[in-house]
Design a protein around this ligand. Structure first.
Ligand SMILES: C[S@@+](CC[C@H](N)C(=O)[O-])C[C@H]1O[C@@H](n2cnc3c(N)ncnc32)[C@H](O)[C@@H]1O
Length: 227
């Protein structure tokens, strides 16, 4: 268990592809007893861990880990100053968001709370690597879809897909900056009641990724913003 958590954390760090020598602030989601956090410390990163379980966090505290630990249910959302974290990892935790543990739990809503809170607290250019244990392909879709709807772009990486013992699923994602800019523009145009511009932006939203940039330029030129 300990060895697995350490290896999975190392793999998440590899997926993040952090430039060598860069010391970062990393959010560890579902940090548990902080085995993953200790690996982050070994790589000279500063980290903050979130976990729903006080007993798990207490194990971390007893081991005097370096990260700050917060008792938070990620399904209810969380708030940090916007642009706080450079990266985020999660090892063996986010699959729990797909399960309704209480009658009132709505997995879709909990995933949305999680990804939208995460989106707000990451810096532009931030990347995330989440290892998780999906029970079925629907859970993978639920997680990736919720992330995309909250403003992320990314994909699923499966290590050793044909091995029952070594198979591991990761969701690697980053902020969809283009979407962030478009959303900001959309809000601005809405405020200014520029309905025509709003329509144009909505059309851009539905365009292929490659065409988006050209189309944005056209909108900027139309509203008189030069480069
Ligand atoms: C396998 S453990 C993670 C272990 C951790 N990577 C480590 O190195 O110690 C999964 C953790 O996810 C946490 N978790 C599950 N659901 C959660 C939620 N809704 N919010 C926050 N943490 C959650 C559990 O309490 C548990 O500590």
């Amino acid at each position: 268990m300990i060895k697995t958590q350490i290896e999975l954390t190392e793999r998440c760090i590899e997926i993040l592809a952090i430039p060598p020598e860069k010391e970062c602030l990393i959010l560890d989601i579902g940090c548990g007893s902080c085995l993953s956090g200790s690996v982050l410390s070994e790589h000279n990163h500063t980290w903050i861990g979130l976990d729903i379980s006080k007993p798990m966090l207490n194990i971390g505290r007893e081991n005097s880990v370096e990260g700050d630990l917060l008792n938070i249910d990620i399904g209810q959302g969380f708030a940090f100053r916007p642009g706080t974290f450079d990266y985020a990892i999660s090892v063996s935790a986010i699959q729990w968001l797909c399960v309704a543990e209480k009658k009132k739990d709505n997995p879709l809503k909990r995933l949305k709370n999680f990804f939208s809170s995460l989106y707000k607290c990451l810096v532009i250019g931030a990347r995330c690597a989440f290892q998780f244990y999906p029970d079925n392909p629907q859970q993978i879709e639920l997680i990736t879809k919720s992330a995309i709807e909250s403003g992320f772009t990314g994909g699923v990486v499966v290590d050793f897909p044909h091995s029952t013992k070594k198979k591991n699923t990761f969701f690697s994602c980053k902020l969809d900056i283009l979407r962030k800019v478009l959303m900001k523009l959309l809000k601005m145009f809405l405020k200014l009641k520029m309905m025509k511009m709003k329509m144009m932006l909505l059309i851009i939203f539905n365009k292929e990724e490659k065409e988006k940039e050209k189309s944005i330029m056209k909108v900027f030129i139309k509203v008189g913003i030069g480069f």
